[in-house]
Design a protein around this ligand. Structure first.
Ligand SMILES: Nc1ncnc2c1ncn2[C@@H]1O[C@H](COP(=O)(O)OP(=O)(O)O)[C@@H](O)[C@H]1O
Ligand SMILES: N[C@@H](CCOP(=O)(O)O)C(=O)O
Length: 309
């Protein structure tokens, strides 16, 4: 028996929404095929990307699958074949998408009828394997599609934010997959924050969510800012501040770090001089010794799965 699922990349945080907001985009996708194998209780991971761990405890798809099977009392052996389309360690929710696609494929394989929130719950265990912390934002975006807010983690609650504005997405992404990047980035965060920064960030968060709902560009621009998490991790993406300046100078709707970086997310529309953003950003990347790629994308839908046989 086998089943297949595909899940899109995502940009988490969106400025002030650390571990809360995320956007699924069609920049890249992972495809996972789950097959039953003869050896009971065994999980075998295969992948076209030789750099990801094949130990099921260390692979996001493996750990998520293991916990799902345990909780459902299923002792079948499973092979998880991960066709990675999403480069990892760039802030594009790569580990999360593998985990979501694996959970959706196993759900299909055993007809578990998981709800979307249950899929998020199990996929989050995958993030534990890849970043040491079961953060929910990337996996929630890959499960639901669109722009989501995780309003509770125990129990998992996710709300899809109505987006009443058309925009395009540009990802400015330094080359080179970075091992253990999100784990390191989470270790850089402060354990306490100033009340004044908390208030500023809360204003950004409300502006951003209201901006999407009202279709108000100015509110989105005002909201795509962060005084806490982005600032604490600046050494991981020294190119970001300059690229954001360039994007805003050329009339982008806004810009932020994609997930834990180093990719920079730019939202733009017909009033934006995208070519100029690209030319000037390349120069900035060069100054920091980076080769940057540009990826154009649009908001993507949620995970899709199908039974193969
Ligand atoms: N299925 C997987 N896909 C991608 N990365 C994985 C997977 N399983 C484990 N990893 C590990 O997780 C880390 C990448 O995850 P992370 O740093 O969160 O970046 P990303 O933003 O790409 O998810 C790498 O160290 C990688 O080896
Ligand atoms: N909220 C998380 C998101 C990490 O996203 P990734 O795509 O960089 O793994 C965080 O900021 O740690």
């Amino acid at each position: 028996m086998s089943a297949k699922a595909e899940a899109y990349s995502s940009s988490a945080n969106l400025g002030p929404g650390f571990d809360i907001l995320s956007m699924a985009h069609n920049a890249f996708k992972d495809i996972v095929i789950a097959r039953t194998i003869e050896e009971k209780g065994k999980i075998v991971i295969k992948s076209n990307n030789p750099k990801i761990p094949l130990d099921p405890e260390k692979n996001s798809a493996g750990l998520a699958t293991k916990i799902l099977l345990q909780e459902k009392g299923i002792d079948e052996g499973i092979e998880i074949e991960i066709n990675k389309g999403i480069p990892f360690g760039l802030g594009l929710g790569s580990s999360g998408a593998s985990s979501v696609a694996a959970i959706a494929a196993v759900n299909e394989l055993f007809e578990l009828k998981l709800t979307q929130e249950e899929m998020v719950k199990y996929s989050m265990f995958g993030e534990q394997a890849s970043s040491g912390s079961p953060h929910p934002d990337n996996v929630a975006a890959s499960v639901y599609g669109g722009i989501i807010a995780v309003t509770s983690v125990s129990p998992v609650k996710v709300v899809k934010i109505p987006v009443n504005i058309d925009f395009k997405i540009l990802l400015i992404s330094p080359q080179g997959e970075r091992e253990g990047k999100t784990k390191k980035a989470r270790e850089m965060l402060p354990s306490k924050v100033d009340l004044s920064l908390y208030v500023k960030n809360s204003r950004y968060l409300s502006s951003l969510i209201l901006g999407f709902i009202k279709g108000d560009k100015e509110l989105i621009k005002q909201g795509l800012n962060d005084e806490i998490v982005e600032v604490a991790r600046e050494p991981l993406y020294p190119h970001y501040k300059k690229i954001k300046e360039i994007a805003l100078k050329n009339d982008a709707i806004g810009s932020c770090v994609s997930g834990a970086g180093p990719t920079v997310l730019v939202l733009y529309d017909d009033h934006t001089n995208v070519d100029k953003i690209k030319v000037e950003s390349l120069e900035v990347c060069k100054v920091f010794g980076l080769t940057c790629n540009f990826i154009s994308a649009q908001i993507a839908g949620g995970v899709k799965s199908e039974r193969l046989n």
